[in-house]
Each structure stands twice: as structure tokens, then as C-alpha cells.
Design a protein around this ligand. Structure first.
Ligand code: ATP
Ligand code: MG
Length: 247
């Protein structure tokens, strides 16, 4: 049965969808069968990030409305990687248990289901969190983003995920900038978020344009290595944090 993991942040634009897509690819490459669910209603991004936006797509609202079965709505990205896209417009009503029902329908066919949350700490987060066994919060190393991640963790606890099942990813990390400026250092982020660290992903200039140019960071780049270490840690491997590799 699939493990269901929420990727959330509270604050927008810190890298939830980027982390979801690259983690998904990396896990799929290592042999896991992975489903990515874009829960970001009306503002979905995973179809573009995974270069399938031009395909005719059913979305989770079609499943919820009874217009199609989950198995027919999933888009194949690669051998082991599938996407359930989000509706392009915000529906008038959304079943609070939509992702509970859909993940129940799919969980026997997958090893991992990653649910990409929208920004915010409202009912959208609740819907995305409800079926999940654990949560990963993405924050950048600045005070506002970390406060938002802490708020999202606080709300997510109310939605049923235990704090011991929560982890933090620091994204877009630039070590020199964190030291020189008023950005928080790694210890500061962990202390202020109140969530245990899962990994640190460095800033990589190729990422913002990768879905347009199809030029991805090389497998041996700091970015890809960081994602791989995070995937391995989620898989239960004991991979020490390696701050030396960060820029
Ligand atoms: N490690 C990184 N290095 C460089 N750019 C990054 C990195 N991670 C994310 N980005 C860029 O940051 C921007 C926001 O990323 P993304 O869309 O994944 O954030 P998000 O949290 O999902 O946003 P939203 O809250 O709108 O859903 C994008 O332009 C993305 O390419
Ligand atoms: Mg997003």
C-alpha cells in the first residue's frame, strides 16, 4: 500500500511543486511506483513542470464528480511516474474527502503518493493533508517563509498528521548568502520551524527554466544529489546531512 506524503509550506512560491516533481522523478528512477497529485486547485503547476500540459487531461474533480475513474485520469510521465492533475478553474464545491477517496482507489497500485499542496493554511491544506501519513514542509531560509512553515505544521497537526511524522526541507539555499545577510542559518530555520530537518536543497539556476528549456540539472549537480539524499532518507536510509556539498 502506498505511503502518502503531503508537500506543503504555508507560504507560496518556496518550491513545493519543484520538490514534488523532482522527488517524484528520483523515487521513480530508483524503482518505486510514484503518483503525484496536484492539489493546487486552479493554480496547478505539475503538468507544466512535467511537460505534459499540452495533453488532454481529466483532473481529480472529474473523478470526484463521477465523470471518470482514477485509473483513467492518471497521466503517465515515465515508466514508474504518474500525475493526477488539478482542475484549471476553482470548482464551486469540493468534497472535503476528495483525496481520501482517490488515494484509497489508487493506493494499492503505488509505492508512494506525493500530494503537492497549495499555499495557505486553509481548507485546501486540510483536503490535501487528510489522507497523508506524513508531511514535508518546504521553506526557504528566511524568517517569513520559516514562520509560514511553522504555521502550516501547526495546522497540519490539527488535520491529523503527528509532529513526529513531519520533516522540513530548506530549499534554494545559498550558504554564503545565509551567512552574510540576515537570512537564517540552518540551525535557525530548524529551531524556528519546530520541525526536524529532512534535507537542504541548494539554489540551482537551471530550475526556473527547466520546464521550458528541458535542460535539467546534471545528475551529479548539488541540486540532484540533494534530492537523491532526501529520497533515500524518506526510504529509511541513514544518509547524514552533508553541509560541505552546499554552495
Ligand atoms: N532549488 C531551486 N533553485 C532555483 N529555483 C528554484 C528552486 N526551487 C524552486 N525554484 C523556483 O522557484 C519558483 C517557485 O517554485 P514552485 O512553483 O515549485 O513553488 P511552490 O511553492 O510550488 O509555489 P506555489 O505556492 O505557487 O504553488 C519557480 O520559479 C521555481 O523554478
Ligand atoms: Mg506549487
Amino acid at each position: 500500500m502506498a505511503e502518502k506524503i503531503l508537500i506543503a509550506s504555508g507560504k507560496g512560491g518556496v518550491g513545493k511543486s519543484t520538490v514534488t516533481s523532482f522527488l517524484g522523478k528520483t523515487m521513480a528512477d530508483s524503482g518505486k511506483k510514484v503518483l503525484l497529485i496536484d492539489s493546487d486547485t486552479g493554480l496547478g503547476a505539475l503538468d507544466i513542470m512535467l511537460s505534459v500540459a499540452d495533453k488532454k487531461m481529466s483532473t481529480w474533480i472529474d473523478i470526484s464528480d463521477g465523470n471518470c475513474k482514477a485509473e483513467n485520469a492518471l497521466i503517465t510521465i515515465s515508466d514508474n511516474l504518474y500525475l493526477l492533475p488539478s482542475p484549471a478553474t476553482y470548482p464551486e464545491t469540493i468534497d472535503e474527502d476528495v483525496f481520501v477517496k482517490i488515494t484509497k482507489e489508487c493506493e494499492n497500485d503505488f509505492d508512494i503518493i506525493l500530494i503537492d499542496a497549495s499555499a495557505g493554511i486553509d481548507e485546501n491544506l486540510k483536503r490535501a493533508a487528510k489522507p497523508c501519513d506524513r508531511a514535508i514542509f518546504v521553506a526557504t531560509a528566511d524568517e517569513i517563509s520559516v514562520r509560514c512553515a511553522a504555521a502550516a505544521a501547526y495546522e497540519t497537526e490539527k488535520f491529523g498528521i503527528d509532529r513526529t511524522d513531519m520533516r522540513l526541507i530548506i530549499n534554494r539555499f545559498v550558504k554564503k548568502a545565509a551567512i552574510r545577510s540576515r537570512l537564517l542559518d540552518v540551525d535557525g530555520v530548524i529551531d524556528k520551524s519546530g520541525v526536524r530537518l529532512l534535507g537542504i536543497i541548494p539554489e540551482d539556476k537551471k530550475i526556473p527554466y527547466s520546464s521550458v528549456t528541458s535542460v535539467l540539472p546534471a545528475k551529479k549537480s548539488s541540486f540532484c544529489k540533494a534530492i537523491k539524499r532526501i529520497a533515500d532518507r524518506i526510504d529509511g536510509k541513514n544518509i547524514p546531512l552533508n553541509l560541505k556539498e552546499l554552495k
